[in-house]
Design a protein around this ligand. Structure first.
Ligand SMILES: Nc1ncnc2c1ncn2[C@@H]1O[C@H](COP(=O)(O)OP(=O)(O)O)[C@@H](O)[C@H]1O
Ligand SMILES: [Mg+2]
Length: 315
């Protein structure tokens, strides 16, 4: 058995000169044999997290370990070995080569690894049988349905029999009948002793999962009602990239909302004084904070859980 262990993982991007932090100190662990689902709305960081696990993206901080391998620390040839032998990637858009047959598409990673043509063909046929496509192996992607193409992509990801498989929204482009076949295959991959990590917002996958990891945590404090908060001059109230349920109204004092630029400087967005509100976008849209807020003077605020803020009388 091998374990994937992720601790305090943080990813930052620079977007239009600003830092965004879709993954902020995320930790979880899972073992081979499990089907883990990463659940969350678009933009919450699912593809980002899968890319880190697959060794395609280097995070700003934290650790990723699989079967004793320090994934983030891998360099050059070791990283290439990890990507070829240890992790299989199933992309959302299939990424098949249109001019090649299903069989040849599955053979590509094997041929690139120096496997002989005959052996690669035999292995491809074995994998295409596993995904129930033996009779379509001579067809090109354009002659296959979406579900069939996705199954070819799954077969290709399994070429080197990786113990870890990541799949990015594997049912996103499929209709109902096709989804069923793909889900059954994905469930069986884990049953056969692999660790399968699937990013999705599809409930049908969640029902098959051994573990569901929600990338934007559900808010526990929705019914807790408004709360009074005091912050001293210069103190941060919230930080860019954080997930929070609270919308704020200033009672006394004043607050500055600002963005951190990638170079460490700040860009002031707005100042808020008594009776004015701020911080509503993240909680109402279920997105991480797009900016930070700090008290300019000693300040007292009321924090409203987003649901209460929606119901609140603004007059
Ligand atoms: N290469 C990039 N550069 C800048 N921002 C990015 C980049 N890739 C993703 N992002 C941003 O990071 C956040 C998470 O993106 P992503 O991981 O694609 O989410 P998901 O797969 O859950 O839809 C989004 O706000 C997205 O705009
Ligand atoms: Mg995505």
């Amino acid at each position: 058995m091998a374990t994937l262990s992720i601790s305090d993982l943080t990813v930052e991007y620079v977007s239009a000169g600003y830092k965004v932090r879709p993954i902020d100190e995320l930790s979880f662990a899972a073992d081979t044999g499990q089907l883990v689902v990463l659940l969350g709305p678009s933009g919450c960081g699912k593809t980002t997290l899968l890319s880190c696990i697959a060794g395609l993206l280097t995070p700003a901080g934290g650790q990723i370990e699989f079967d004793g391998i320090d994934v983030i620390g891998l360099r050059g040839p070791q990283r290439a070995d990890y990507r070829r032998d240890t992790v299989g990637v199933i992309f959302q858009a299939f990424n098949l080569i249109p001019s090649l047959s299903a069989q040849s598409n599955v053979m590509v990673p094997l041929r690139l690894a120096g496997v002989s043509r005959a052996k690669a063909r035999a292995r491809a046929d074995e994998l295409l049988e596993l995904v129930d496509l033996t009779d379509r192996r001579k067809n090109r992607p354009g002659q296959l349905s979406g579900g069939q193409q996705q199954r070819v992509a799954i077969a290709r990801a399994l070429a080197h029999d990786p113990p870890l498989v990541v799949a990015d929204e594997p049912t996103a482009h499929l209709d109902g009948v096709q989804v069923e076949g793909v889900l059954r295959i994905i469930r069986d991959l884990a049953r056969a002793g692999r660790l399968v990590v699937v990013a999705t917002h599809d409930d049908r996958i969640t029902q098959l999962a051994d573990e569901v990891i929600e990338l934007v945590p559900r808010r526990a404090d929705v019914t807790s009602g408004p709360q009074t908060i005091t912050v001293r001059a210069g103190e941060l109230l919230f930080r860019q990239g954080e997930v929070s349920d609270l919308v704020y109204v200033v009672r006394t004092g004043s607050v500055e909302v600002f963005r951190e630029r990638a170079d460490g400087t700040e860009d002031s967005i707005v100042r808020r004084g008594p009776g004015e509100y701020f911080g509503e976008l993240g909680p109402l849209l279920n997105l991480p904070r797009s900016a930070s807020a700090r008290a300019i003077t000693d300040t007292t605020l009321t924090g409203y859980p987003a649901m209460d803020f929606r119901r609140r009388d603004h007059s």
